[in-house]
Design a binder for this molecule. Sequence first.
Ligand code: F6P
Length: 476
Amino acid sequence: MPREQPDFVVIANRLPVDRVTSPDGEVLWRTSPGGLVTALEPVMRRHDGAWIGWHGAADEKLRPFDHAGMHLVPIPLTEDDVQEYYEGFSNATLWPLYHDVIAAPEYHREWWDAYVRVNRRFAKKAAQIAAEGATVWVQDYQLQLVPQMLRALRPDLRIGFFLHIPFPPTELYQQLPWRREILEGLLGADLVGFQAPGAAQNFIRLVRQRVGHKTHRDTVYLPDGRTVLAKAYPISIDAEGFETLSRTPEVQARAAEIRESLGNPETVLLGIDRLDYTKGLPQRLRAFGELVADGLVQLDDVKFIQIATPSRERVNSYKLLRDNINQLVGRINGDIGRIGQQPIQYLHASYPREEMAAMYRAADVMVVTPLRDGMNLVAKEYIATRWDNRGALVLSEFAGAAAELKQAYLVNPHDINGLKQKMLEAINASGRETSRRMKALRKQVMENDIDRWANDFLTELNAQRDPHGKTTRPIS
Ligand code: F6P
């Protein structure tokens, strides 16, 4: 099959790599931020297809190219598109709305227009390159209109959609002035996947109430005889790949070096997140600061590393969060630190996979406390690196991962006293207890890896019958 006509196409807002220009003018490719890329990259490597997405720089047109065994097809975004479609409608309207309005969503008509315009650009590109009967897999909240647009252009395609973030309760979703258009956009797919069964149910209920289609359990019946399935497929990671990386002598040596640089404390706590207001960073830092201030843990014994990966830096709520976290870390370290003893090591930067694996290996307690999160793959990555069954995971009940990772120390991050209590339990747990919990967590993560997720979704997608009897190509 020539590359120009792939029979498997992934469409996501971002390509797996961003094009960045260094201060001395050198052009570099850097792994894009976020869980979507972590999850889909191994899937893409195993299927010979094309990945359509934005390459992270504005006002730049690039030709399709191959990178690390993947065929990438860049979609250009102008500076206006970036401001209105990406920073605006995707990340200042949909993102807060879909995350329980933790920040107030903004509704602007010109942002909506940009969302429609850019979604159409992605749909056209897929329609142009996909082979007859190909499978096209559309990803995430930035591209919810693409399934319908693509179906109109190419009815021969098998179209799947997966939402990586939560789908909001019906009461919140109703706020959206373009609620019906988005539901109709998603109904262009044959299969709509969500992280959790509750999200799929919210969607089905809204389709019934707002679009008026007949539904039964997980199926929507469209007037033209087509059916759309809506189901949960909890996403995962390349668990084996992460474990293998974390076993390398280089990663293990680096993990030892990290602990050494902290003064070899008894317990290292770790948080790794995109710097996002959904991630519950203030709650966990405050809880840790209070544990030290209350004398429940000793500064000599315990250190906290918090990595915050830069994200959506021009969006207002993200700018505010960055300032708040800087202040909070400064205040806690100023209040409870001593000369040569900084309780919180805060780093605002992105790191390659090897360094992340070393940090996971260096950490005794991983602290993941989002106020709302579709899944949270950092929690699963930590578990994949704990092949010696050591280490404890403190995990928010409001992360999708909590439904699967029941042996974690589950917390309500809004309850600071409860959070302190669970962090303390995790710090003081016996080796027997942590190993019992970690074994169960590892069984879950190692068995339900990204291959299983992709296979489950794509098998179901290919099994969806076309009412007109057309056959689609099975993907390799
Ligand atoms: O999973 C949520 C998500 O928004 C992905 O769609 C995205 O790739 C990732 O987080 C990172 O966000 P951004 O592309 O806005 O930096």
